[in-house]
Design a protein around this ligand. Sequence first.
Ligand code: 5GP
Length: 189
Amino acid sequence: MAGCLLIISGPSGVGKTTICKQLAQRLDAFLSVSLTTRPRRDNEVDGVDYKFISVEEFERRLAAGELLEYAKVYGGQYYGTPASPVHQALEAGRVVILEIDIEGAIQVMRRFPDAISIFVLAPTPEEQQDRLIGRQKDSPEAIRERLGKADGEIRYAYECGAYRHFLVNRTVEGTVDQIVQIVKEKMAR
Ligand code: 5GP
């Protein structure tokens, strides 16, 4: 049985990571661990949150065709999805969750037009700002960069045609319930 690919995107600070972790539990899904060249934050574990690698290593893997998709996101850092764990999990019939940006989603939708793609929005810009500041992960410049990008990102997400669903994250439980429902309906087809 073939599995189901689920793409979750959204502006920084919208709550994607929490949503993806809960979805992975609820759906017994495979949560893809991305490669990144950005520095590890104190609360992150290498190999769990991301696999942290050098630019040289990233470019080597890219040239070797090992990535399903990739993009340069904040601060010009590379982020990418290793292809083989995703293919293996799909072949085993599992739901595979990719938390990736819009460029990555466009690439994946070209290769897997049947994937479920969801763009998550914050209820208000103020709530997004509060979450970015509250999580104390980013420097003031990084927060400014991330908030500054959000408006254009949302417009691009609507215009690019890669997303089938746009959900407002009012509560994590509510959003997770909605996504579980979407996945179950798709898998029942
Ligand atoms: P952060 O630096 O806050 O962990 O993530 C920044 C952004 O990179 C997030 O919007 C996230 O969706 C995106 N991202 C994380 N992993 C990947 C990936 O493997 N591919 C792509 N294209 N984007 C990613």
